[in-house]
Design a protein around this ligand. Sequence first.
Ligand code: PEP
Ligand code: MG
Length: 754
Amino acid sequence: MFGNVVLEIPKLAFDEVFEKKKKQKKAKLDTELDARALKEVIKEYKKVVKKHVGRDFPQDPREQLIMARDAVFRSWRNQRAQTYRRINNIDDMLGTAVNVQAMVFGNLGATSGTGVGFTRNPAIGSKEFYGEFLMNAQGEDVMAGIRTPVPILELQKIMPEVYKQLREITTRLEKHYRDMQDFEFTIQNGKLYMLQTRNGKRTGLAAVRVAIQMVEEGLITKEEAIFRVEPNQLYDFLVPRLDEKKVKIEVLATGLPASPGAAVGQIVFTVDEAVEKAGHGGKGNPLILVRAETTPEDIHGMEVAVGILTSGGGMTSHAAVVTRGMGKCCVAGAGEIEVNEKAREMRAKGQVFRQGDWISLDGTTGRVIKGKLNTLDAKPDDSELMKFMGWAEPFRKLGVRANADIPRDAIQARAFGAEGIGLCRTEHMFFAEDRIPYMRAMILTDNEKDRRGALKKLLPMQRADFIGLFRVMDGLPVTIRLLDPPLHEFLPKREELMVEIAVLEARNPRSPRSKKLKGLLRRVEELHEFNPMLGHRGCRLGITYPEITEMQARAIFEAAVIVAKEGVTPHAEVMIPLTATLKEMAHQGGIVRRVAEEVFKEKGAKVHYMVGTMIELPRAALIADEIAKEAEFFSFGTNDLTQTTFGFSRDDVNKVLPTYLAEGIIKQDPFAVIDREGVGELVRIGIERGRKTRPNLEVGICGEHGGDPSSVEFCHAVGMDYVACSPFRVLTARLAAAQAGASDRLKAESGRTK
Ligand code: PEP
Ligand code: MG
């Protein structure tokens, strides 16, 4: 261990020696090697050390102690620690401490042992003494998985007195720290020693349950309880989980909880076999793709698998990032598993698993479990979750809306507690296969007459969508953004068209289809933009083609009048995208208000509505007082505002970001967590200036940041009215907002008592 941890010699170099000796002596277990054999091993170990570090193993205890101490300090800077800090947003400057303790031995014979445990179940939160131990072993033996540890309840039979004392001590520790404890202990010749205790890490499910139990036990207050759950952990309630009741679980390895949820399936080792086994339409048995690591070429296999397991890689590895995007369960970096892709086998805990064997993954805790467990569907109506949210909600001042474009997502969002729609991206309504041709026709045409023709076809579809949204959100605001397509998202790719034409013409130089495509290519080239994100998009589109704004406004108000006649209360908030000047706002707002009046007159009915804008450009934030003369509300589009403030491309930032993060040039991905100093300052200025003109200006956010807990706290602090995020982040945003509100109150109270 010293050789590995302090001298940084690969563990394998020592393991090889040990395994060789075991083979030679025909020993199955490590403990079967006698003293003579162990002395021989030590001799070999010393040679390994000499070979790797060019010096003898230090024999002076003082020198060993100094080296061990320095190794702990050094560990602060190792790759694993750096990655962990980045993921958990821990300051690099904190540094670590070193404790020096007298050593106790758990491997002195049959009355010695060692173990780890939790005062409550960290996976499902039940109130049970939870953990495992090994007799005649040291701590690393429990972790290494060479011998299978025994459930901690068994200790009661083996050493009842020690067990009783362990229960007493850990119960006291939990009371003292007022939180669930994760502890380590060693028994040396029948005497119990506590090695360590700390607040235990837990899943979202366990966090909610433990918080509720502790309130009911009188250990903590409700106000404290709401801080015992990380807002992001609520995501656990939205993904399936393993049914662990009434089954014996054998954990094969614990890797990184790369993407939450559960997956149960048959092992497959190669991507092509995964695709083949999944069959057309993915009708085969569920598959778990097991790899050393994944690469971008593996995507098609990852798509057909229900879960991904990798022995290498970290929280930001390809497998982790891609699966999180896919909403698919993934355990990464499960180093205790050996994957041999060629032989189509995986080894874990001394067992061999082949293609077709069943395993279960828990992406929330990182556990890899032998066999086929059942899964439980997500149930956001979980009564414990509801109870917990019921305690949190009264502290929340910020509203929480969802970003949703279609009624199905809106229904989902309401189920999670969304209080309206904060962003309906109308262009997304046209991504569906049967609609995109009309959208393309509208964009591609070069004359107003044809454009009006295409718009006429789009109008009823758009109106039907709005009717659906208004019905789902009856009585709640529905913020509808007028068309904002960076055109490249809707056009066929220029290069792909060129290739298609070339292929067609090689076959038939006079191909009629090729002729048609050439016409299309010409128009695509005319519309081609060097920087489509800074191009003909946002309100610029509605200003150059006012008929688009007219059609959309008509669809909105006709839909609103129709549902109002059904008894539904529509609250349309029509939003003009990407404005930078008052005149743009006035131009587009003018069209919307005119069409509203026309529709109301035609239909003989009026509905309530507002016209506002997105603040997505630094200029808009700076002249917010001007823009607020015409805009009745602001919604900060912090995706574009981050893009335009940093000058980072939203689509290509990944070329720069990893280096920037590794070098510490920026601390976090500014597209995920709001950059308070720059973008945040523009937001603050925008709100202040906007409300100077219009004190009751409604202000929200609809960029991705609206679902990030730390950004939600910021939005609360700068006095926004609401945040909007994707439906699956609504719960997270609600809790983050409640925590922000509760923090304010706690601060105010502590101010008064001082
Ligand atoms: C934004 O820019 O923050 C926004 C919400 O709009 P989009 O992501 O559609 O550009
Ligand atoms: Mg935008």
